[in-house]
Design a protein around this ligand. Structure first.
Ligand code: MN
Length: 137
């Protein structure tokens, strides 16, 4: 199963925190400290999802999202913006640039995983998980 999450984030502490929370929950984290590297890694590693900081050097998150959307092979990969911008207009701007959703900074360790998970592709529509532990004899 693809459990790779690409995190494009230039702030070391934020990257560290997201990596910690994701790895603790069974995801493999690929980190990129700028947009160019992030786009390269998105294409080469085909992650399950991309967490994208907005305030990045040189190429900001809006530009990165727009560039990622040009690659049809990444169609099914949600882009989740991680933004400290509180203004409604900025949210709309990142969503129209191609983001699937956004998570607000500062990252809250208690809610980060739940927030992120709502944007992940839904794989199972059946009751397999529930039945696994039902102990049929
Ligand atoms: Mn940043």
């Amino acid at each position: 199963m693809n459990n790779r999450i690409l995190v494009i984030e230039d702030n070391e502490q934020n990257l560290y925190l997201m990596r910690f929370l994701l790895e603790k929950n069974g995801f493999a984290v690929i980190g990129a400290e700028n947009g160019r590297k992030g786009i390269e890694l998105a294409l080469s590693s085909r992650p399950l999802a991309i967490l994208l900081d907005i305030q990045l050097p040189e190429m900001d998150g809006y530009a990165v999202a727009a560039e990622l959307k040009k690659h049809g092979e990444l169609d099914q990969v949600p882009i989740i913006a991680v933004t400290s911008y509180a203004m409604v207009g900025d949210r709309e701007r990142i969503l129209s640039a191609g983001a699937t959703g956004y998570i607000e900074k500062p990252i809250d360790p208690d809610t980060f995983l739940t927030e992120m998970s709502q944007y992940l592709p839904k794989k199972r529509n059946n009751k397999e998980d529930e039945n696994e532990n039902s102990g049929c004899r």
